[in-house]
Design a protein around this ligand. Structure first.
Ligand SMILES: Cc1ncc(COP(=O)(O)O)c(C=O)c1O
Length: 352
């Protein structure tokens, strides 16, 4: 069965009969290094019920984004917040998003018996970012992914801003934006104060390589977020996640420093991988502003992906579950140089 999400390491390890540690997971797109966290501190988050208002995380994020803490809501990953955004969205009529697109918006809308209508994205683009987002003509709710998963395109704020007047609700997923060099200048977060119909969702998963912890946040009008908070279960963000966030977001300087480290890595490895992959026969790397990129095959890449997995323990993202992509596409998450060499070696051997 094809994977509907990257990062299903446990299932792949079982399928291949090897320990997960032997695999290189380039199907998920996490930064390949992690911040240092104090275990003693994390342990303190174990015993007591977590702070239901997540006040210290809100405070940390408010300082980073220069916002009122009431316009921020930490969540159990961005995924949990999509569920609440979708509850609002389901009451408003036609929901639209560019297709192919990250599949979790559909899951979130389906919770409320609503669905998402895709409008096709052109499957060719150049390497100059940011790019103009071409919106659909119809719809009440627009879901935007910036940078876009799976294409890696960065949309310009200039092209997104007018959409706040066209749609009743705009939900902008900026899960990867903090990883993009100069990406913050395209964020819609500064527009939230003047637009109550805008929700921005962020994730800390990719930036800090903490997918297992589940930590994300929404930025929106305080009334909307207060409504969501009343709908959720009492402790949606666990104590260990709160303790980790306290460390990671303890100061804007610490956060900015981490982002800079990530940006340097992305610039260096992104350019290196694009160049090397472009030298391989039968596949073309697509330009990307972020830490993953699509490759397009002249023919089906299903067997290539399977061989790379079986013979080299390297997991690449099968794109058949993205509407509009199909068998000729794979997505690769950037690694450190050693990991990237391993991906290249696997591709090279299986393509020749
Ligand atoms: C575009 C996009 N948004 C959001 C998420 C989910 O983030 P989180 O781990 O914070 O739930 C993902 C995860 O793959 C993603 O690709």
């Amino acid at each position: 069965m094809q994977s509907v999400h990257g990062g299903d390491l446990a299932r792949a390890a079982k399928r291949l009969g090897v320990p997960p540690g032997q695999l290189l997971d380039a199907s998920a797109s996490l930064v390949p290094f992690m911040p240092r966290l104090s275990w003693r501190n994390l342990q303190r988050g174990l015993r007591d019920y977590p702070d239901r208002s997540q006040s210290s995380v809100r405070k940390g994020l408010a300082a980073i984004h220069q916002l009122d803490p009431q316009s921020l809501l930490p969540g159990n990953g961005a995924a949990e917040l999509f569920t609440w955004a979708a509850r609002d969205a389901s009451a408003l009529g036609l929901n639209v998003s560019a297709s192919p697109c990250f599949a979790d918006y559909q899951r979130a809308l389906a919770c409320w018996d609503a669905s998402l209508n895709g409008f096709p994205l052109r499957l060719s683009w150049d390497e100059v970012f940011p790019q103009r987002f071409a919106p659909p003509q119809q719809g009440s709710v627009l879901w935007i992914c910036n940078p876009h998963n799976p294409t890696g395109q960065l949309w310009s704020r200039e092209s997104l801003e007018p959409l706040l007047h066209q749609f009743e609700l705009v939900i902008c997923d900026e899960a990867f934006l903090s990883l993009v060099p100069h990406g913050e200048s395209q964020s819609l977060i500064p527009l939230v104060a003047d637009h109550s119909n805008l929700v921005v969702v962020r994730s800390l998963t990719k930036l800090y390589a903490i997918a297992g912890l589940r930590l994300g946040y929404a930025v929106a009008h305080p009334d909307r977020l207060a409504r969501w908070a009343a709908w959720r279960d009492p402790w949606p963000v666990n104590g260990i996640a709160l303790a980790a966030a306290d460390q990671l977001l303890s100061s804007s300087e610490r956060y900015q420093k981490w982002c800079q480290r990530v940006h340097h890595w992305l610039e260096r490895e992104g350019a290196w991988m694009q160049q090397r992959v472009s030298e391989l026969p039968g596949i073309t790397p697509m330009p990307s502003a972020v830490n993953f990129f699509l490759i397009r095959g002249q023919q089906s890449l299903v067997s290539l992906r399977e061989r790379v997995e079986r013979h080299h323990g390297v997991l690449l993202r099968d794109c058949r579950s993205f509407e509009g992509l199909g068998e000729n596409w794979l997505r690769i998450g950037l690694q450190d140089r050693r990991g990237n060499r391993r991906i290249l070696k696997a591709l090279k051997q299986e393509l020749h």
